[in-house]
Design a protein. Sequence first.
Length: 326
Amino acid sequence: MHVKFKSILLLSILIICLAGINCFASGEREQEETSVGFTTTVTDNLGRTVTINSVPERIISLSPSTTEILFAVGAGNQVVGVTQCCDFPVEAKERSIIGGFSVKTISIEKIISLKPDLVFSGGKYHQMVIEALEKAGITVYSVDAQSFEEVYTAIEAIGSLTGHPEKTKERVRYMKSLESKISEMAAQIPEENRVGVFWEIWDNPYMTAGPETFMGQIIVKAGGINIFQDVESDYPAINVEEIIVRNPDVIMGPDNHGEALNVDMIITRTGWDSIRAVKENQIYVLDGNITSRPGPRIVNALGLVARALYPEAFRSVFGDSNPVSW
């Protein structure tokens, strides 16, 4: 059986510094950025209390999603170092590279040489890096958002720490309004017309998104039914037989999944030819840099998934363009 491979592509660059009054220029400084009387104390996701007594002028980000947040809130000019994975917005590629996201690839020496005022790390995964930087006297704030609310909280904290509270509030308001608009539209879809979705994160073993993750939340907010809504862990390993038994109407995944999530691989998977999504050509591979990053483009991911699941319903309002802007 031949399965038509459907790939959802953005028609234009869409979140962080791009559209109308909601476009926040990556390098634009604003009046609120002043060190006079500036003191901010914020608790990070590891429960660490971080206090900043002056607006940080030299910032390093250790994750792509945090880099996107920094540029989105107007702190782009303050960013001096990023990882080799930080490819959006394009201005991020102009910053010094301190290694990859993996702890093994991060250069502590490179970070120290850039003389940062503040480093944003990526949660428990970067614990060893955090400890090494703190020993060097460098302030570190940990970011590891896993849900919509945690993303909003992270954006607000980063905006506050970098001296951009007002711009950050405007960004979060905009994101929440788009989330509400798409969710309200999806809520109008009759229960009998809702589709069951299997979101594939990995294939060896098969892994999916649990209900508390931002990807699991996106499926539901977009009007879909996460066929693994009943799992307790965030990113559980799934028995392949269970996927076949639950028989999803739609199979989705990110295009940065690699070679495993493509038409040729899917049609050769044992037993998958009996799955409804395969029979009816309902396989979608979405932009992984949008759907896999818990940052400002999380509402873009919601728009992509909603339009893929219910193209007619969302095309009538948004046309063929992505329903949200960066």
